[in-house]
Design a protein around this ligand. Structure first.
Ligand SMILES: [Zn+2]
Length: 215
Protein backbone atom coordinates (compact mmCIF):
# COMPACT_ATOMS: atom_id res chain seq x y z
CA UNK A 1 0.00 0.00 0.00
CA UNK A 2 1.37 3.41 -0.98
CA UNK A 3 1.73 6.17 1.66
CA UNK A 4 0.52 3.97 4.55
CA UNK A 5 1.37 6.50 7.27
CA UNK A 6 -0.34 9.40 5.48
CA UNK A 7 -3.46 7.31 4.86
CA UNK A 8 -3.65 6.24 8.47
CA UNK A 9 -3.18 9.82 9.61
CA UNK A 10 -5.98 10.97 7.29
CA UNK A 11 -8.39 8.42 8.79
CA UNK A 12 -7.52 9.54 12.34
CA UNK A 13 -7.90 13.23 11.41
CA UNK A 14 -11.24 12.77 9.62
CA UNK A 15 -12.61 10.90 12.61
CA UNK A 16 -11.31 13.57 14.98
CA UNK A 17 -12.92 16.32 12.84
CA UNK A 18 -16.17 14.41 13.04
CA UNK A 19 -15.93 13.84 16.82
CA UNK A 20 -15.09 17.48 17.49
CA UNK A 21 -17.97 18.70 15.31
CA UNK A 22 -15.82 20.58 12.77
CA UNK A 23 -17.57 18.53 10.10
CA UNK A 24 -21.01 16.93 10.04
CA UNK A 25 -21.96 13.80 8.12
CA UNK A 26 -19.64 13.26 5.17
CA UNK A 27 -18.72 16.96 4.83
CA UNK A 28 -15.15 18.18 4.66
CA UNK A 29 -12.03 16.54 3.29
CA UNK A 30 -8.39 16.08 4.13
CA UNK A 31 -5.22 15.43 2.11
CA UNK A 32 -1.50 14.88 2.58
CA UNK A 33 1.18 15.34 -0.07
CA UNK A 34 4.31 13.24 -0.15
CA UNK A 35 6.60 13.89 -3.12
CA UNK A 36 4.58 13.59 -6.34
CA UNK A 37 1.66 11.83 -4.64
CA UNK A 38 -1.39 13.04 -2.73
CA UNK A 39 -3.42 10.90 -0.34
CA UNK A 40 -6.97 12.26 -0.08
CA UNK A 41 -10.18 11.28 1.66
CA UNK A 42 -12.87 9.72 -0.55
CA UNK A 43 -16.17 11.29 -1.55
CA UNK A 44 -19.38 10.68 0.36
CA UNK A 45 -18.18 7.99 2.78
CA UNK A 46 -19.15 8.11 6.45
CA UNK A 47 -15.97 8.74 8.44
CA UNK A 48 -16.80 5.87 10.79
CA UNK A 49 -16.39 3.55 7.78
CA UNK A 50 -13.14 5.08 6.55
CA UNK A 51 -10.04 2.86 6.60
CA UNK A 52 -6.50 3.57 5.34
CA UNK A 53 -7.12 1.31 2.31
CA UNK A 54 -10.13 3.46 1.30
CA UNK A 55 -8.08 6.67 1.34
CA UNK A 56 -7.11 7.22 -2.30
CA UNK A 57 -3.66 8.06 -3.63
CA UNK A 58 -3.46 10.32 -6.68
CA UNK A 59 -0.76 12.01 -8.67
CA UNK A 60 -0.48 15.78 -8.54
CA UNK A 61 -2.26 15.91 -11.94
CA UNK A 62 -5.23 14.13 -10.33
CA UNK A 63 -4.70 10.70 -11.93
CA UNK A 64 -5.63 7.86 -9.58
CA UNK A 65 -2.71 5.65 -8.54
CA UNK A 66 -4.31 3.55 -5.82
CA UNK A 67 -7.91 4.63 -5.20
CA UNK A 68 -10.71 2.10 -4.62
CA UNK A 69 -13.33 4.87 -4.28
CA UNK A 70 -14.04 8.20 -5.98
CA UNK A 71 -11.92 10.96 -4.41
CA UNK A 72 -13.47 13.91 -2.65
CA UNK A 73 -15.22 16.26 -5.07
CA UNK A 74 -12.82 18.95 -3.81
CA UNK A 75 -9.77 17.14 -5.23
CA UNK A 76 -9.21 20.08 -7.69
CA UNK A 77 -9.02 22.41 -4.67
CA UNK A 78 -6.41 20.29 -2.91
CA UNK A 79 -4.34 19.90 -6.10
CA UNK A 80 -4.50 23.63 -6.88
CA UNK A 81 -3.24 24.45 -3.39
CA UNK A 82 -0.31 22.03 -3.69
CA UNK A 83 0.55 23.46 -7.14
CA UNK A 84 0.58 27.02 -5.77
CA UNK A 85 2.15 26.30 -2.39
CA UNK A 86 5.24 24.08 -2.53
CA UNK A 87 5.68 24.37 1.25
CA UNK A 88 2.21 22.90 1.96
CA UNK A 89 2.09 19.17 2.64
CA UNK A 90 -1.41 18.94 4.15
CA UNK A 91 -4.81 20.53 3.53
CA UNK A 92 -7.87 20.37 5.79
CA UNK A 93 -11.26 21.56 4.56
CA UNK A 94 -14.17 21.77 7.01
CA UNK A 95 -17.71 23.13 7.19
CA UNK A 96 -17.27 24.16 10.82
CA UNK A 97 -20.19 26.21 12.10
CA UNK A 98 -18.65 29.54 13.15
CA UNK A 99 -16.34 29.74 10.12
CA UNK A 100 -19.20 28.92 7.78
CA UNK A 101 -21.56 31.41 9.45
CA UNK A 102 -18.92 34.13 9.19
CA UNK A 103 -18.25 33.26 5.53
CA UNK A 104 -21.80 34.46 4.77
CA UNK A 105 -21.26 37.83 6.47
CA UNK A 106 -17.81 39.29 5.79
CA UNK A 107 -14.99 39.41 3.22
CA UNK A 108 -12.30 39.03 5.84
CA UNK A 109 -11.89 37.92 9.45
CA UNK A 110 -10.07 40.99 10.79
CA UNK A 111 -7.43 41.22 13.52
CA UNK A 112 -9.84 40.96 16.47
CA UNK A 113 -7.40 38.67 18.29
CA UNK A 114 -3.66 38.12 17.99
CA UNK A 115 -4.33 34.55 16.82
CA UNK A 116 -4.80 35.91 13.27
CA UNK A 117 -0.97 35.98 13.29
CA UNK A 118 -1.09 32.18 13.31
CA UNK A 119 -2.51 32.36 9.78
CA UNK A 120 -0.21 35.13 8.56
CA UNK A 121 -2.71 37.95 9.23
CA UNK A 122 -6.42 38.67 8.74
CA UNK A 123 -8.13 35.67 7.16
CA UNK A 124 -9.72 36.34 3.75
CA UNK A 125 -13.02 34.91 2.54
CA UNK A 126 -12.79 33.39 -0.96
CA UNK A 127 -15.72 34.38 -3.21
CA UNK A 128 -18.40 31.72 -3.58
CA UNK A 129 -18.23 29.25 -6.47
CA UNK A 130 -19.83 25.82 -6.94
CA UNK A 131 -18.23 23.12 -4.81
CA UNK A 132 -15.71 20.95 -6.61
CA UNK A 133 -15.21 23.53 -9.40
CA UNK A 134 -11.92 24.84 -10.77
CA UNK A 135 -13.31 28.32 -10.15
CA UNK A 136 -13.62 27.59 -6.42
CA UNK A 137 -10.09 26.17 -6.41
CA UNK A 138 -8.78 29.39 -8.04
CA UNK A 139 -10.68 31.59 -5.60
CA UNK A 140 -9.30 29.68 -2.62
CA UNK A 141 -5.69 29.74 -3.86
CA UNK A 142 -6.00 33.53 -4.26
CA UNK A 143 -7.52 34.00 -0.79
CA UNK A 144 -4.74 31.85 0.70
CA UNK A 145 -1.98 34.10 -0.68
CA UNK A 146 0.55 34.69 2.15
CA UNK A 147 -1.84 32.93 4.55
CA UNK A 148 -2.28 29.42 5.94
CA UNK A 149 -6.08 29.66 6.17
CA UNK A 150 -9.05 31.16 4.40
CA UNK A 151 -12.81 30.94 4.57
CA UNK A 152 -14.87 29.96 1.53
CA UNK A 153 -17.90 32.18 0.99
CA UNK A 154 -21.15 30.47 2.03
CA UNK A 155 -19.31 27.18 2.24
CA UNK A 156 -16.63 26.57 4.91
CA UNK A 157 -12.93 26.87 5.69
CA UNK A 158 -9.53 25.67 4.49
CA UNK A 159 -6.25 25.40 6.35
CA UNK A 160 -2.83 24.33 5.09
CA UNK A 161 0.30 23.22 6.88
CA UNK A 162 3.68 21.54 6.50
CA UNK A 163 2.07 18.42 8.02
CA UNK A 164 -1.42 17.20 8.87
CA UNK A 165 -1.13 17.79 12.63
CA UNK A 166 -0.41 21.48 11.97
CA UNK A 167 -3.15 21.87 9.35
CA UNK A 168 -5.67 20.20 11.67
CA UNK A 169 -4.63 22.33 14.67
CA UNK A 170 -5.06 25.42 12.53
CA UNK A 171 -8.61 24.40 11.64
CA UNK A 172 -9.41 24.17 15.35
CA UNK A 173 -7.86 27.59 16.10
CA UNK A 174 -9.58 29.11 13.08
CA UNK A 175 -12.97 27.91 14.29
CA UNK A 176 -12.22 29.38 17.73
CA UNK A 177 -11.24 32.72 16.17
CA UNK A 178 -14.43 32.82 14.06
CA UNK A 179 -16.54 32.01 17.13
CA UNK A 180 -14.88 34.82 19.10
CA UNK A 181 -15.45 37.30 16.28
CA UNK A 182 -19.10 36.31 15.90
CA UNK A 183 -19.74 36.62 19.63
CA UNK A 184 -17.92 39.96 19.83
CA UNK A 185 -19.92 41.31 16.87
CA UNK A 186 -23.17 40.21 18.49
CA UNK A 187 -22.35 42.41 21.51
CA UNK A 188 -20.85 45.45 19.77
CA UNK A 189 -18.05 46.60 17.47
CA UNK A 190 -14.84 44.76 18.35
CA UNK A 191 -11.55 46.67 18.56
CA UNK A 192 -8.99 45.67 15.95
CA UNK A 193 -5.27 45.15 16.42
CA UNK A 194 -2.92 47.10 14.14
CA UNK A 195 -0.76 45.48 11.42
CA UNK A 196 2.29 46.30 13.59
CA UNK A 197 0.79 44.48 16.59
CA UNK A 198 0.09 41.43 14.43
CA UNK A 199 3.56 41.55 12.87
CA UNK A 200 5.11 41.47 16.36
CA UNK A 201 3.14 38.30 17.17
CA UNK A 202 4.13 36.65 13.87
CA UNK A 203 7.78 37.11 14.88
CA UNK A 204 7.10 35.71 18.36
CA UNK A 205 5.13 32.69 17.07
CA UNK A 206 8.00 31.68 14.81
CA UNK A 207 9.82 30.41 17.91
CA UNK A 208 6.76 29.08 19.73
CA UNK A 209 5.87 25.47 20.49
CA UNK A 210 7.67 22.50 22.04
CA UNK A 211 7.88 18.82 21.44
CA UNK A 212 8.43 16.13 24.05
CA UNK A 213 12.11 15.18 24.42
CA UNK A 214 12.96 12.61 21.76
CA UNK A 215 14.66 9.24 22.32
ZN1 LIG B 1 -16.95 21.71 1.31
Amino acid sequence: MLLPDAREEIVATCQELSRSGLVVGTAGNVSVREGDLVAVSPSGLRYAELTPELVGVHRLDGAAVEAPLQPTSELPLHLAIYAARPEASAVVHTHSVAATALSTLVDEVPAVHYYVAMFGGPVRVAPYATYGSEELARNVVKALHDRTACLMGSHGAVTVGPDLVTAHDKSVYLEWLCEVYLRACSAGSPRLLSPEQIAAVIVKLAGYGQRPPGP
